[in-house]
Write a protein that binds this ligand. Structure first.
Ligand SMILES: Cc1cc2nc3c(=O)[nH]c(=O)nc-3n(C[C@H](O)[C@H](O)[C@H](O)COP(=O)(O)OP(=O)(O)OC[C@H]3O[C@@H](n4cnc5c(N)ncnc54)[C@H](O)[C@@H]3O)c2cc1C
Length: 384
């Protein structure tokens, strides 16, 4: 519903052509299915292959590994369009922006050739499993173990809240290869789940929002994978690898947050200018105008900040502190704006059929995943 905004400084003709492709795909293939996907709690598996066929998966992975050969700008454009289409269920941010980049950044040549083309085509769906029932924010305390036995790792443990957890057939599993050590004992191991003994999935978890995304528990009971599946081939590098990639993960959440703020404003302006109360549009009450003036200001500031972060990231200069600032602030604003705007819809705002209710419920998780906003402030404070 958002009016087309001026082309951002970080975009170009290629990015805008990709955006157009993504928009058409989302409008035709995804948005009409969102209600059904929400009920079944996952997208249809074949939508991954359709997205892959169009080149919408792994757009910033080099072409030699099957990717689109572009930059993060493509990932950002796709995330914006998913938000605008109110179609967040296809977990491309986890698959393309996060998982594929662990492999691309740290994988050996053999690992990149083995996994990235399948991820780009949609034949392979990727997930990253950090969180466990007993530990989330305190990542160094993960209990899942991967112990070397001959040419294999034997993995035992369990993970929870894993996005793409139902469909994933490649799970980057955060495990302790040296359980005696904290951060230095952590490694990232690729678990190819198809027909794998000892690997199982729990139920798809029922959430208060983002109903169409498959978020699941994963269990590892004596799972054996070849030692070749250790990302980068050197044990104990996992924590550093995670920390290095997290700014990009946090930025993509901020990108979605700003798009959601803009969409929420657009939906609310349209509704309040149409809905009448006491003989005039709801928009005409001073309270409405002043609140929406505040929201429009927040949207503008968030947009300028995040556009700047994207430009910095494209130039290789987005620091950890700034990425954390972008994540916590934009997601906090997204939740605040969704709450204030829903109010202007009165009772209709509480009805699931009104998009504003989805903007409200889908927003809440943004302050929690990708590192909670408290952890973001903890990180920022380390640099003060
Ligand atoms: C829908 C959804 C999708 C997700 N997808 C994934 C995924 O794909 N992969 C994955 O690995 N994980 C995923 N997660 C997990 C998510 O990243 C964690 O829930 C999050 O990191 C918080 O961990 P926790 O839930 O264990 O909370 P806890 O770590 O137990 O935190 C509880 C509270 O304590 C606060 N707290 C903790 N430590 C501190 C501190 N040092 N200072 C101040 N406050 C603190 C937290 O901010 C929070 O408010 C997902 C979660 C959800 C709900």
């Amino acid at each position: 519903m958002t009016a087309t905004r001026p082309r951002p400084a970080w975009s170009d003709d290629d990015v805008e052509a990709f955006r157009e492709l993504a928009r058409t795909f989302l409008e035709k293939e995804c948005a009409p299915n969102e209600d059904r996907w929400g009920e079944q709690q996952h997208v249809d598996r074949e939508i991954w292959n359709k997205a892959g066929k169009l080149g919408l998966l792994c757009p910033s992975i080099p072409a030699e590994y099957g990717g689109g050969g572009g930059t993060f700008a493509l990932e950002a454009a796709l995330a914006e369009e998913q938000t605008r289409a109110l179609s967040p269920s296809l977990g491309t941010a986890v698959h393309s922006t996060i998982v594929a980049h662990y492999i691309n950044s740290y994988g050996t040549e053999e690992q990149k050739r083995r996994w990235l083309p399948g991820m780009a085509s949609g034949e392979i769906v990727g997930a990253v499993a950090m969180t466990e029932p007993g530990t989330g924010s305190d990542l160094q305390s993960v209990k899942t173990k991967a112990i070397k036995a001959g040419g294999e790792y034997v993995i035992d443990g369990s993970k929870t809240f894993i996005s793409n957890g139902l469909h994933a057939n490649l799970v980057i599993t955060v495990a302790k290869t040296d359980p005696e050590n904290a951060a230095k004992g952590i490694s990232l191991i690729v678990v190819e789940t198809d027909g794998l003994d000892g690997f199982s999935r729990g139920r798809v978890l029922k959430k208060i929002g983002q109903h169409g995304q498959d978020t699941a528990e994963l269990f590892y009971d004596g799972v054996r994978v070849p030692t070749d599946n250790l990302i980068g081939g050197e044990e104990g590098q996992g924590f550093i690898q995670l920390m290095q990639q997290l700014p990009q993960e946090r930025l993509i959440l901020a990108v979605a947050a700003v798009a959601a703020i803009e969409e929420t404003l657009a939906q609310t302006l349209a509704y309040t200018k149409d809905r009448q109360a006491f003989g005039k549009p709801v928009f005409n009450f001073q309270n409405t105008k002043f609140k929406l003036a505040e929201v429009a200001t927040t949207a503008r500031i968030a947009r300028v900040f995040v556009d700047d972060c994207i430009s910095k990231h494209l130039a290789g200069g987005l620091d950890v502190q700034t990425a954390s600032m972008a994540k916590w602030w934009t997601t906090q604003m997204q939740c605040d704006v969704a709450d204030e705007c829903l109010q202007f819809f009165g009772g209709y705002g509480y009805m699931a059929e009104y998009p504003i209710s989805r903007l409200y419920t889908d927003a809440r998780i943004q302050k929690i995943y990708g590192g909670t906003n408290e952890i973001m402030k903890e990180i920022i404070s380390r640099f003060l």
